[in-house]
Design a protein around this ligand. Structure first.
Ligand SMILES: CC(C)(COP(=O)(O)OP(=O)(O)OC[C@H]1O[C@@H](n2cnc3c(N)ncnc32)[C@H](O)[C@@H]1OP(=O)(O)O)[C@@H](O)C(=O)NCCC(=O)NCCS
Length: 122
């Protein structure tokens, strides 16, 4: 069936969880969840917590979408969310070949959210 190759995932989180995180003080926490490229992107912004939280939502949404395709055992860091020059976010998952993922992120002062579409190529 055509639709068995597709799955979606979503997440919403309170940005407050990521308030006052700094690279110096919270490197253990940050490095557990985020790649160096993600950390560099988020901390280049005026409100890093919004971008950290959006990426965290993105990772949770990817996990949900992958579960829907029967794929488990992936860690936060194996899901990398970066941005093209236009700002468009995209997902790198080196561990699983044959998976295509589309992602959309959004954040306000209080909340961040992510939506994901995943496609398995077989
Ligand atoms: C890209 C855009 C839609 C982002 O919307 P926003 O309300 O400012 O911000 P949101 O919190 O909803 O979304 C932010 C996220 O959008 C994503 N984003 C940024 N540029 C994007 C793009 N070109 N395409 C898709 N997503 C994009 C990013 O993931 C960003 O979060 P991140 O920096 O943490 O990765 C907005 O900045 C923009 O360019 N709007 C165009 C406005 C316009 O041209 N209007 C006239 C026609 S309606």
């Amino acid at each position: 069936m055509f639709f068995e190759n597709f799955s979606i995932g979503t997440d919403i989180e309170e940005i407050e969880r990521f308030n006052n995180k700094t690279i110096e003080k919270d490197s253990r926490f940050l490095n557990y969840i985020f790649t160096n490229n993600e950390i560099a992107y988020c901390f280049s912004k005026k409100f890093p917590q919004r971008h950290l939280c959006a990426r965290f939502c993105g990772k949770e949404a990817v996990v949900k979408a992958l579960y829907g395709l029967g794929i488990e055992h992936i860690t936060y860091k194996e899901i990398e969310i970066l941005n093209k020059e236009t700002g468009l976010p995209y997902v790198n998952i080196k561990k699983i070949p044959g998976i295509k993922i589309k992602i959309s992120l959004s954040h306000s002062k209080k909340y961040a959210t992510a939506n994901v579409l995943a496609y398995k190529n077989n």
